[in-house]
Ligand binder design. Sequence first.
Ligand SMILES: CC(C)(COP(=O)(O)OP(=O)(O)OC[C@H]1O[C@@H](n2cnc3c(N)ncnc32)[C@H](O)[C@@H]1OP(=O)(O)O)[C@@H](O)C(=O)NCCC(=O)NCCS
Length: 212
Amino acid sequence: MPLELQEVNAETDFPALARSMFESYEDPPQKFFHAREDAIQEAADRLKLWHTHDPSSYWQKIVDTEKDGKIAGGALWNIHKENPFANPSHPKMTWFPDDSSREWVGQALANHSVPRARVAQRPHVYLFIIFTHPDYRRRGVGQQFMDWGIKEADKLGSEFFLDSTPYGRPLYEANGFVYVEENVNVPHREDPDETWKKLADKVGPFTFWWEL
Ligand SMILES: CC(C)(COP(=O)(O)OP(=O)(O)OC[C@H]1O[C@@H](n2cnc3c(N)ncnc32)[C@H](O)[C@@H]1OP(=O)(O)O)[C@@H](O)C(=O)NCCC(=O)NCCS
C-alpha cells in the first residue's frame, strides 16, 4: 500500500508538513489560512515547538512510499489523559505584532474551544488538525487517520471530539459523527482600530461545526 500512516519525526518533518498543510487548507481557499513563504517557515518552527512542549500532542503523517515519502496528509491529535480545561491558560500570540491583531487572534483561538470546554471537561481524544494534500484527495488518506483515532479512543475508553470546516464534514459524517452546533467565530472589541478591522475583514468571521 503506497499511502502509509506513520508518526511524525519531530526533528525532520515539520518543514514539509507545514507546507503540505498550507497547500491543503488553501485548496479550496479557507479564510483563516493565508500562507506566504515566511509564514510557512514560521509555522514549521511553531508547530514543532508546540508539539515538543505539549505532552498531549501526537502528530501523524501519511506518506507516499512510491514518491520518496512525499506527504499526502497530516493529522494532529490531542490525547488528553486529563481534563485539558482544568487550568485555563491564555497564551500570548507573540508571533503576531504587538498591536490589536495579536488580541484578535488570541480571541479567535479562545473562541474556537468554547463549545468543547462546555462539555468535554474530562479526558478525551481531540482531532485538532487534519488535511489531505489536493494531489491525494478521495484515496482514503483522511479515512486512515479517522480509523486510527476511533481505535485509539476505544482503546483509551475516551470520547472523541472534533471541530469541522465545511470540507471536513463529509468525512466525519461518513464515520458516524453528528453535528452538535455551529460556532461562528467573531472576535469582538468595543473600539476596533484600523488594524483590527483589516484583520477581521481578511480572516473572519469563520465558522466551524462542532461534532462528536
Ligand atoms: C477533509 C479532508 C481531510 C478529506 O480527506 P480525504 O483524504 O480526501 O478523504 P477520504 O478519501 O479518506 O474520504 C473518506 C470518505 O469520506 C467521505 N468524503 C471525503 N471527502 C468527501 C467529499 N469531498 N465529498 C463527499 N464525501 C467525502 C466519503 O464518504 C469518503 O469515502 P469514498 O471516497 O469511498 O466515498 C480533505 O478534503 C481536506 O484536507 N480538506 C481541506 C482541509 C480541511 O478543511 N480539513 C478538515 C479540517 S476539519
